[in-house]
Design a protein around this ligand. Structure first.
Ligand SMILES: Cc1ncc(COP(=O)(O)O)c(C=O)c1O
Length: 413
């Protein structure tokens, strides 16, 4: 573990993609909330499996297959350590966070939810934590209740107890991918527990950026994606309390998740195998394991500190440079948010803003960010979202501000 300051220049040298230029301009990558970039260490770890240790896992008895299986299972151990999971067997590898949440909604939901039950969501959820519940609600007939969002982009918890009364599930994001709001996870899980509801935490935007301990979070399930935390796409994680995972039926059926199959039926493997049907994302898991080790070497306390400082700098700089011309959604206090900045100019579409920024080699993401109910709450169709990570520094924010000033001038606001 390092001390609590990070050396951005040294980190950037680990990311070959960031060395490129676009139209002779330094590439400024500010879209890590959508998907982050990869250090050489992750690329090397994945390449090494392909070059030296690739075979299917949990099947072959030859040495190559055993090496591949060890690499895959070591990645599970690394992820478990990173999130403070009591057992590596509680870490289920999925395709992404979306699949992890669908797994819970479908497997746990079908076994435990019935007509007349209630599931509580928040209005700041990504569609990945809305649609799976809506699909099950359509099938089963339970009610979905919503925690509202305040003007300052915080959860309105004034009627939490009422919403949780009689509810079976509280599913919420640890950090909003649109507003940057960091939610009070422990308070929410404690309230749900007191009301007899299980909790599903969408930790897509928190695990890459904060020290994480799933036990301290007090959740029953935690979902996140590898590709937002320096790992490859194609792998996500569902962590669940063993007691819950043990009691749940499988999600997908096929090879790898059974102990026995006869003409009459099958018996499911123990957790985690029960939830990993088919050939898993072997090399992707190894890449995620390497990403976790890379982040551990930096230290997650240092990552968070860097992002709080950069968030404060971003908010200050954008306010100074653009003043009232720019709308910035989310909490006004930097410590209450992560490094995600949803920006808008009144009367200019986010896609147009992003296109001007692209001419300055500044990569941000326009759109609804898969959070349409939240966008409707703020009466918007789209924002231009900039998001930071360990390889971003104040120069990147200055470049963002310069490009936004150019966009404002271009559209003659
Ligand atoms: C908060 C949040 N939840 C869920 C997801 C879905 O992640 P994935 O597309 O990797 O399944 C995202 C991705 O943008 C996200 O930001």
């Amino acid at each position: 573990m390092s001390n609590d300051t990070i050396d951005v220049a040294a980190i950037r040298r680990d990311f070959p993609i960031l060395a490129q230029t676009q139209d002779d301009k330094r590439l400024v990558f500010l879209d890590s909330a959508a998907s982050s970039q990869h250090p050489q260490q992750v690329l090397d770890a994945m390449n090494d499996v392909y070059l030296n240790s690739y075979a299917n896992v949990h099947r072959g008895v030859y040495q190559l297959a055993e090496r591949a299986t060890s690499a895959y299972e070591n990645a599970r151990k690394s992820v478990a350590r990173f999130i403070g999971a009591p057992s590596a067997n509680e870490v289920i590898f999925t395709k992404n966070a979306t699949e992890a949440i669908n797994l819970v909604a479908q497997a746990w939901g079908r076994a435990n939810l019935g007509p007349g039950d209630a599931v509580v969501l928040t209005l700041m959820e990504h569609h990945a934590n809305i649609v799976p519940w809506q699909m099950m609600a359509a099938e089963i007939g339970f009610e979905i209740r919503w925690i509202e969002v305040t003007d300052d982009g915080q959860l309105d918890l004034s009627n939490l107890d009422q919403l949780l009364d009689g509810a079976k599930v509280l599913a919420f994001t640890a950090m909003s991918n649109v507003l940057g709001t960091v939610n009070p996870v422990e308070r929410l899980t404690a309230a749900a527990k007191a009301a007899g509801a299980i909790t599903v935490v969408d930790a897509c935007q928190s695990v890459p950026h904060f020290p994480t301990n799933v036990v301290e979070m007090g959740a029953d399930f935690v979902a996140f994606s590898g590709h937002k935390m320096l790992g490859p796409s194609g792998i996500g994680v569902l962590w669940g309390r063993m007691e819950m995972l043990d009691a749940m039926p499988p999600f997908l059926g096929g090879g790898g998740m059974i102990v026995n199959v006869t003409r009459d039926g099958f018996s499911a493997d123990a957790v985690p195998g029960k939830f990993e049907a088919g050939t898993p994302p072997i090399v992707e898991a190894v890449g995620l394991g390497a990403a976790v080790e890379y982040l551990e070497n930096i230290g997650m306390e240092a990552v968070r500190k860097h992002e709080v400082e950069l968030t404060a700098y971003t908010m200050r700089t954008l306010t100074e440079r653009l003043g009232d011309d720019l709308i910035l959604l989310g909490p006004s206090e930097p410590a209450a948010r992560g490094g995600v900045f949803s920006l808008a100019f009144a009367d200019v579409h986010a896609h147009d803003v992003s296109q001007v920024l692209d001419e300055h080699a500044v990569c941000i993401r326009p759109g609804h960010h898969c959070a349409k109910p939240l966008m409707k709450r703020f009466d918007m169709n789209a924002t231009a979202r900039a998001s930071v990570y360990i390889y971003n520094d104040t120069d990147d924010i200055d470049a963002l501000a310069d490009a936004l000033v150019a966009a404002r001038d271009f559209f003659a606001l």
